[in-house]
Design a binder for this molecule. Sequence first.
Ligand SMILES: Nc1ncnc2c1ncn2[C@@H]1O[C@H](COP(=O)(O)OP(=O)(O)O)[C@@H](O)[C@H]1O
Ligand SMILES: [Mg+2]
Length: 551
Amino acid sequence: MDEDVAGAEAPKAARPRKPRVDVASRDAKLKESRTAEGMAKRQRDISVSEFFAKNRHLLGFDNPAKALLTTVKELVDNALDACDEARIPADIEIRIDALSEERFRVSCRDNGPGIVPRNVPSVFGKLLYGSKFHRLKMSRGQQGIGVSAAGMYGLLTTGKPVQVISRTSSKKLAYRCDIAIDTQRNEPAVKLEKEIEWEHPQGTQVEIELEAQYRKGQHSVDNYVLQISLANPHAQLRYLPPWREQPDEAVVYARVTEQMPPETAEIKPHPYGVELGVLMQMLRESKARSVASLLCEEFSRISPRVADEITAKAGFASTLKPTKVSEAQVIALHAAIAATKIMAPSTDCIAPIGEELLLRALAAVHPSPFPTTVTRKPSVYRGNPFLIEVGLAYGGDLPAEESATMYRYANRVPLQYQQGACAVTRAITATEWKSYGLSQPRGAMPIGPLVILVHIASVWVPFTSESKEAIAHYPEIIKEIKLGLQDCGRRLGAHMRRRRREADEEKKRGYIQKYIPHLASALQEILGLSDPDREHTVETLTTLLERSRKL
Ligand SMILES: Nc1ncnc2c1ncn2[C@@H]1O[C@H](COP(=O)(O)OP(=O)(O)O)[C@@H](O)[C@H]1O
Ligand SMILES: [Mg+2]
């Protein structure tokens, strides 16, 4: 495996003589390097791109199969975000072309608003650049490292820049730009730039070439596209997998509704979620006249009256200038916020998929005799509003002997990795599925022909890491998921009992059916009935049995 080791076994004669080492000067250098001065020479800034290039696993690029999925995911998330924000029903084409077994070209085209040419280089060639980080609004991306990280991975593994075509209006030409990322400076390096004709009136197309692997199964791109269609019933998806027989052979997930998801509002942070350090910095940098006006302007749900109440509790005047607040006073202020009753955040900032649409999407992908969905009321964790949706599909051609299939989502994005670390898994395994008629090994997923879908929607989803694969274990979140599962579970339980009762009845009816002719023959013998009378008795008894079915 390790080529360097193999190389070290070259014949001894060929090995060059080692130069002699000046021991004294080497030791002196070593000593110097261990001092504060010596260390100072090595201390310098680390650019974010350099950091993530080395720690690519943090962003979901830990192996070639996952790199392919992550790349597709970042592109599709952005396309859906852009279309939703522009209120355009998304039409997305995802294409993967295999250049070899371990090299692929991923392309994603949307019909969204496009990106203005002057911002294209930074969007694709600079990490931590985006429109979503500095706001609290429900969206798929949040940190501004998604697509540029995918581009960087492509560049690192193939040397090829990201190819972007973007058109903001049918009245303008399209803009084509090839972008590499200068990892040391975290700056874009534009390789090519020109205006071109494009057959599409508006939208963005991004192409990334990368070293990767195409796999089937739970973690596959195929599965991702299927899951995306479930949580985005308003989007139309065309997916062209690698190694197609025909160049335009596509898997199409048609939209099941023309209705766009409700528009969501951007909100200010709720005071219950603010951390002490953040509050300190806000006060230090504030241009507000008074602490009261800072609290009212920067947070949601703080009225002048509530601001007075908070500062009174903290033991200083609400008219105090924020920059004049001492450290002890900030600590008191932070405690006072927690001790004051403040209205829960408004919840018009989160849009559920909706029970009806989720049901339709579920039926389109997994036709089953028993589908059910629940959208819970919004709730709050650390000052952030969130909402849970649960869907179950039972029966049909789902595998009966295996663990239930789980689909986890955050803001309509499927989460396919880190299942064990996710709050959703915890909530499912902690639910008593036996009481709903399913078998369940201790502390594990239930067994049966079942799909369990859980969606968390929030302005700020608490992921366990930058690669956004699992939801952190906030008790408030786990509790809400469990309540959603129980709502659906009870309905499933009722369905299972009804089914069992019907099966029991069917079995009994089968016995009776079998004995009717014998009964008629016995009656014929005892009562001396004629053959037609015996036939008549059989008929009457059968009709009676049939009628009992309808009761
Ligand atoms: N297909 C697209 N259409 C329009 N805007 C886009 C598109 N892709 C990316 N963007 C813009 O580029 C920004 C950076 O994207 P990204 O690096 O994925 O970060 P994030 O999605 O977390 O903000 C986005 O915030 C968005 O403003
Ligand atoms: Mg993104």
